[in-house]
Design a protein around this ligand. Structure first.
Ligand code: AMP
Length: 212
């Protein structure tokens, strides 16, 4: 089963993606994670991506699509399928993806925008396992309760950059909801401030129907 996770920045895609990938035994492919790894390793792609990411803009489609096409050609994507998180983010990316992939389901998390600024600016992420926490629940802890890794604040989780990321989502990514609705493969969910386990239960109930 090949799945796309769609939703605004801060909707909880990363958290749900980890749970879905664990349950269905599929690789979790996050273009944001791929770019951050490239930035850390100071590769050519990393240097290019950084200039866009720091401003809350999208990395050019051609670069992003090539990275995903290469990643999907790897062996682990040919077993139980894969989960795409943060890709596609534009109609052009979705059209390109259609040329090299067959998507079975799009999990779309709709969320009230008023929740997102606080969520993203207070987000702390584990350097090792990628788990996200909100600073208000950490009681001053600086390590991950899941794996013990160090927590950090993403450079693009500041009010100004978050605002551009939300604008970019509205202008360039939200049209994908219509694109995949027309294809009849979208599953819509509502993100809330409830524990992520609640939303995961709803998503898994729908995905289970497709696996059977
Ligand atoms: P994320 O971790 O998904 O929030 O992505 C962080 C940043 O990486 C985004 O704000 C973009 O600058 C860049 N990025 C991630 N995925 C894509 C994509 N599919 N297309 C273009 N830029 C992307």
């Amino acid at each position: 089963m090949n799945i796309i996770l769609l939703g605004a920045p801060g909707a909880g895609k990363g958290t749900q993606a980890t749970k879905i990938a664990d349950k269905y035994g599929m690789p979790h492919i996050s273009t944001g994670d791929i770019f951050r790894a490239n930035i850390k390793n100071q590769t050519e792609i990393g240097l290019l991506a950084k200039s866009y990411i720091d401003k809350g803009q999208l990395v050019p489609d051609a670069v992003t699509c090539k990275i995903v096409e290469n990643r999907l050609a790897e062996d682990d994507c040919k077993q139980k399928g894969y989960l795409l998180d943060g890709f596609p983010r534009t109609i052009a990316q979705a059209e390109e993806l259609d040329k090299f992939a067959k998507i079975d389901a799009v999990v779309n998390i709709n969320i009230d925008f008023s929740l997102l600024m606080n969520r993203l600016c207070g987000r702390r992420v584990c350097k090792d396992c990628g788990e996200s926490f909100h600073v208000s629940t950490l009681n001053g802890a600086t390590t991950c309760s899941r794996c013990g890794g160090e927590l950090y604040q993403r450079k693009d989780d500041n009010p100004e950059t978050v605002q551009s990321r939300l604008d970019v989502y509205t202008e360039q990514t939200a049209p994908l909801i219509d694109y995949y609705t027309k294809k009849g493969i979208i599953l819509n969910f509502v993100g809330t401030d409830d524990p992520p386990q609640v939303l995961f239960g709803e998503i898994a109930a729908e995905l289970d129907k497709l696996v059977k």
